[in-house]
Write a protein that binds this ligand. Structure first.
Ligand code: ZN
Length: 178
């Protein structure tokens, strides 16, 4: 059996319906991603050598399928699942960089516009006197700095690093390990 057929069979067997078109809509990506440093994990579809491993959950019956790779997650043809998987991976890499005491800058190495919005939607920025009690101002600042072509001023750099350290990293850790 080829790997796509195998994926569909396993997913359907663990869903409440018998056809792929409706079964695929019953699933969500469980927050988090696991890394196999040896790249030695085999996907439920039989595809070998996964590095980043996800788990998915059926929202109707609670069934969980893992290990599954991002290629198979794309097969569900769901923007939510695809975005969640890529955001969880980006958050995982951010936490890893923080653990390694890397200097995390607001660059495409760690961030994307999509990820900044995801962080805002997940309450990374909290109301405070520094943002006039409106977290949107922090999000808007970060987006503006991310898009900026000229170098950041020292004050802008400082604010960016404070928001990364005290808002974004704790939020990333919480999303991955609630
Ligand atoms: Zn697969």
């Amino acid at each position: 059996m080829n790997s796509l057929k195998q994926l569909k069979k396993i997913v359907i067997d663990n869903s409440t319906t018998n056809d792929w078109a409706s079964a695929r809509n019953e699933w969500e990506v469980i927050p988090g991603v696991r890394e196999d440093q040896d790249v030695n994990t085999t996907c439920i579809c039989s595809h070998p050598n996964l590095r980043y491993i996800y788990a998915i959950r059926n929202t109707k019956n609670g069934n969980i399928l893992t290990p599954i790779g991002d290629i198979c997650i794309h097969q569900f043809d769901s923007n939510t699942m695809t975005n969640d998987a890529s955001n969880y991976l980006a958050l995982y890499k951010l936490c890893q960089a923080a653990d390694a005491n890397e200097n995390i800058t607001l660059s495409t190495k760690y961030f994307s516009r999509k990820l900044l919005l995801y962080l805002y939607d997940n309450n990374a920025f909290q109301p405070s006197k520094f943002n006039s009690y409106n977290p949107w101002n922090d999000y808007n600042f970060m987006l503006h700095m991310f898009n900026k072509r000229s170098p950041l001023s020292p004050a802008q750099k400082k604010k960016v690093s404070v928001l990364i350290k005290y808002n974004i990293i704790p939020c990333a850790r919480y999303i991955l390990n609630p």
